[in-house]
Design a protein around this ligand. Structure first.
Ligand SMILES: Cc1cc2nc3c(=O)[nH]c(=O)nc-3n(C[C@H](O)[C@H](O)[C@H](O)COP(=O)(O)OP(=O)(O)OC[C@H]3O[C@@H](n4cnc5c(N)ncnc54)[C@H](O)[C@@H]3O)c2cc1C
Length: 315
């Protein structure tokens, strides 16, 4: 990016803009080269940032906690807007409704919702990241998906206009939503059902225990790499049956504990992770004739890699 444009962005909120910022600092994988410009904006900065990106055709990427993201080793020549440190308002109302800005951490929301005896989010305990990321990904676990409680969502378009989507305007399916990629999810309205607090606590406990037993939580990762091909067929099972558990490339490894997790054992590179992704895809295709599809989003990769890996993410 040109210095003059970088300076324009810095002038919007000097203390919130970081130039040449390693994305490894902002992803749970701990992987990723530099973003030309990384920003933690407040809501009032967003329109100015979008205007500059729009006026000068600068690539822009919106992110939450970076817990479902693999960023390339060469990084991203554009603006990364992170909501990990802003948009934190959460307001509960009568009749089990609440509004939540997209930078609220999902774990915090699950805790606050549970405290009020509102059910529907118990299975999401332990899912990292923000509410914005969870909605875009339609995060879910153990039978609960965040979209089940959604009523409406407010977004900011690239032209700086606010728009409200009703639940029925957006299609949600397993780890998928139709929120447009070029819109910022600002906040959402939810409605849950009152349930017995004891049931919430025991479901949360059970979900946490299952997670601890099945996932390699001591290592950095981005959670499940691939979507399950069907409800009856787990990607981890197929990778395991292809004898790939423990496969290594550099410091990246297909987890021995959960074959759908690739873990960073130290200073793994994105290229190492991509090699393991390709290995898992090709072995599972060969052995089961099943095409694994990525769950994680990619940023900063060249067109060839993006095309090979199903045109997932931007870059
Ligand atoms: C150990 C571990 C366990 C996990 N377990 C689960 C699980 O059980 N179930 C599950 O569903 N997921 C799981 N995940 C994956 C991940 O935590 C979820 O997908 C999470 O909801 C992503 O949230 P995030 O804020 O980190 O999003 P990011 O990774 O930052 O972004 C994800 C996507 O959302 C978009 N996005 C984020 N915020 C905004 C916004 N405000 N406006 C517009 N677009 C936005 C990004 O552009 C990107 O496309 C796990 C991850 C880890 C590391």
């Amino acid at each position: 990016m040109k210095k003059i444009l970088l300076n324009k962005i810095v002038s919007i909120a000097p203390e919130r803009v970081f130039l040449n910022e390693p994305m490894s600092k902002h992803t749970t994988f701990g992987i990723g080269g530099p973003a030309s410009c990384f920003i933690y904006p407040e809501r009032e900065h967003l329109r100015q940032i979008l205007k500059i990106a729009n006026d000068y055709s600068i690539p822009i990427f919106f992110m939450g906690g970076g817990s479902n993201l693999l960023v390339s080793d060469k990084g991203f020549d554009g603006i990364v807007v992170s909501f990990a440190k802003s948009l934190k308002k959460l307001v509960f109302r009568k009749s089990n409704t609440f509004s939540c800005e997209s930078g609220v951490m999902l774990g915090h929301l699950v805790k606050e919702v549970g405290k009020r005896g509102i059910g529907g989010m118990e299975g999401l305990v332990g899912v990292p990241g923000t509410v914005g990321g969870a909605l875009v990904m339609n995060a879910g676990a153990y039978g609960k998906e965040i979209s089940n409680l959604l009523q409406s969502a407010t977004v900011l378009t690239m032209t700086g206009d606010e728009k409200i989507y009703q639940r029925s305007d957006i299609n949600f399916s397993y780890r998928y939503s139709t929120f447009p990629k070029n819109e910022i999810l600002l906040e959402a309205e939810f409605k849950g059902e009152k349930v017995n607090q004891k049931d919430i606590s025991s479901e949360k406990l059970e979900a946490s225990e299952r997670r601890k037993l099945s996932q390699p939580l001591k290592f950095r990762s981005a959670g499940s790499i691939f979507k399950n091909p069907s409800e009856m067929m787990a990607a981890g099972y197929l990778i395991d049956k292809s004898n790939l558990k423990g496969s290594i490339s550099g410091n990246a490894e297909i987890s021995e504990k959960h074959a759908n997790f690739i873990i960073n054992r130290g200073d793994a590179k994105a290229s190492d992770v991509i090699k393991l992704i390709n290995k898992a895809k090709s072995q599972v295709k060969k052995q089961f004739n099943i095409e694994l599809k990525l769950e994680i989003k990619l940023l900063g990769f060249n067109e060839k890699t993006m095309n090979e890996l199903v045109g997932n993410g931007i870059g």
